[in-house]
Design a protein around this ligand. Structure first.
Ligand code: DC
Length: 225
């Protein structure tokens, strides 16, 4: 396996600015970009669409290898398809969001998606920014730079509500915390900070400040190589 130039892992819970930061950093540095949450959402969408019982982990495990999930890794226009269907909008519905933690906790699902992620990272010629929950700990433990983004629950809920166009902040906060608790407590590769990750608290930073901070860290790593 040929080693790409630079591999950046960006993990953290939702609402920390992970996606916006990862995309902008990749675009600025000429790297590819992979949204691993979108892959878990895509496989969840396929399970729902095919009538698989989300409360039955063995039913999910039995078909985890079936859908073909393809991610386009251009940070200025990331894409995602399942068996050739563009699911970019369909994976953001409330229905998929409420079910993704259960599906992504199934070990067979994680094994399948992790393999996909590693092969995409290995093929990214210039290097790649990979965002998720377990990238630094499990998927790419040898990443050149690991970032763990955090923010207060209040800041995260406010950002997510804004994205969802005026959704109720209190309800968003509760849904976010519930999903984080599920993602952090699952047995297989939970949401966690790698020991060698740099933690950045984004609560009081603008998006531009977070982007600049991460770009600087990548450039320092590259210079030190
Ligand atoms: O980043 P997001 O909110 O789109 O992620 C959706 C879900 O996918 C999240 O609740 C947990 C799961 N996920 C995961 O288990 N591992 C990852 N590397 C990325 C996401």
């Amino acid at each position: 396996m040929e080693r790409a130039t630079v591999i950046v892992a960006i993990d953290g819970p939702s609402g920390t600015g992970k996606s916006s930061t990862s995309k902008a950093v990749a675009a600025q540095l000429g790297l590819s970009y992979l949204d691993t949450g979108a892959q878990y959402r895509a496989i969840t969408w396929w399970m729902v669409t095919n009538g698989i019982d989300i409360d039955d982990p063995s039913a999910i495990a039995a078909v985890a290898g079936k859908p073909e999930i393809i991610s386009g890794t251009d940070p200025s226009a990331p894409t995602i398809t399942v068996d050739g269907t563009d699911v970019a909008a369909a994976i953001r519905t409330q229905d998929v969001t409420s079910k993704v933690s259960a599906v992504s906790a199934v070990p067979e699902v994680r094994a399948r998606i992790t393999e996909l992620q590693r092969s995409i990272a290995a093929d990214a010629g210039n290097g790649i920014v990979v965002e998720g929950r377990d990238i630094g700990t499990t998927v790419l433990p040898d990443a050149d730079l690991k970032i763990f983004l955090t923010a207060s629950p209040e800041a995260r809920a406010a950002r997510r509500s804004g994205e969802l166009k005026n959704a109720d902040v209190q309800a968003t906060r509760e849904a976010l915390l519930k999903r984080d608790a599920a993602d952090s407590s699952r047995k297989t590769s939970p949401l966690a900070k790698a020991d060698d990750a740099v933690e950045v608290d984004t609560s009081d930073l603008t998006l531009q400040q977070v982007i600049e901070c991460v770009v600087t860290l990548v450039e320092e790593k590259r210079a030190g190589k």
